[in-house]
Design a protein around this ligand. Structure first.
Ligand code: PMP
Length: 292
């Protein structure tokens, strides 16, 4: 990419000039929301689903996005065109905007909108075959009646603490449980387990983001005739699964080969996981909004 153009409150600025106020409550308090989106071969994958989730998150935290849905979609398209990006990652951030040092969002007259697009450093193709080493962590997922994990908020400290624990354990990703000990998700991905051909993912009410990739996989499972359940399960079920995989915009569908020292299945990506990855990759440049 030659010059990277960043969308900042209606203007396109260079990376060096892309600056927000130190009084922005996104910076001071993590008060804001975001989306991570992919563009594949000129197609913004599941654009509508991402924008719907963004506007739902905004409504939930009473954040007034200063752009209409259509204006936001246009801003996304324009940012991609400016950067001549056909394949890559889109980070869309809406922060509460600049206020005073107090918590009160009423003191922040205007939310700030930032769109950053760039190429994506993704897992190697080999990692998709070998799978990830993961650990479960002691840090519990935010309880939904404190900060609901369905809100894709800028407050990611829960996830960051989990990532620190997983780094310390030398693992590639972590598995988070909720306060009751039910599996919820990874630090930045949803989780699925497969046992005797039955695919199960935790219901989001247990404390998980309603991932767009998760939904895409659920749809693929239904279309392909797999038995798919959204049911609570525990770490025991993960340990004894035939296959385990994680889903997310950046990770797509990636197998887990080890959890807390237990080898999953054959210790590499299993056949259903690889099939789902293949089916997922066959729709990513079809389903969404065409830019190029
Ligand atoms: N859970 C969390 C906590 C996430 O941050 C993400 C996004 N990286 C996901 C799940 C996956 O969601 P999506 O498929 O929409 O990227």
């Amino acid at each position: 990419m030659a010059e990277q153009w960043i969308y900042l409150d209606g203007q396109f600025v260079t990376k060096e000039n892309a600056k927000v106020s130190v009084f922005d409550h996104g910076f001071l308090y993590g008060d804001g929301i975001f989306e991570g989106i992919r563009i594949y071969n000129g197609n913004i994958f599941k654009c509508k689903e991402h924008l719907d989730r963004l506007y739902d998150s905004a409504k939930s935290i009473m954040l007034n996005i200063p752009l209409t849905y259509e204006e936001m979609q246009d801003a996304l398209v324009e940012t991609l065109r400016r950067n001549e990006l056909r394949d890559g990652y889109i980070r869309l951030v809406v922060s509460r905007g600049a206020g005073n040092l107090g918590l009160d969002p009423n003191r922040c007259p205007k939310a700030s909108v930032v769109i950053i697009v760039e190429q994506l450093a993704i897992y190697s193709e080999e990692a998709y075959r070998t799978g990830l080493k993961t650990v479960s962590v002691s840090t519990r997922r935010n309880i939904p009646d404190a900060l609901n994990p369905k809100i894709k908020s800028l407050n990611y400290l829960n996830n960051i603490l989990v990532k620190i624990q997983s780094n310390l354990a030398g693992a590639g990703e972590a598995i988070m449980m909720n306060a009751q000990g039910y599996v919820t998700e990874g630090s930045g991905d949803n989780i699925f387990i497969i046992k005797n051909g039955v695919i199960t993912t935790p219901p989001c009410y247990l404390g998980a983001l309603d991932g767009i990739t998760r939904q895409a996989i659920i749809e693929i499972c239904h279309k392909q005739g797999y038995t798919l359940k959204e049911e609570p399960f525990t770490m025991h079920d993960v340990y004894v699964a035939d296959e385990v995989f994680l889903t997310g915009t950046a990770a797509e569908v990636i197998a887990v080969r080890e959890v807390d020292g237990r080898v999953i299945g054959e210790g590499h990506a299993g056949p259903i996981t690889l099939k789902l990855l293949e089916q997922f990759r066959s729709i990513v440049d079809q389903d969404g909004l065409k830019v190029w």
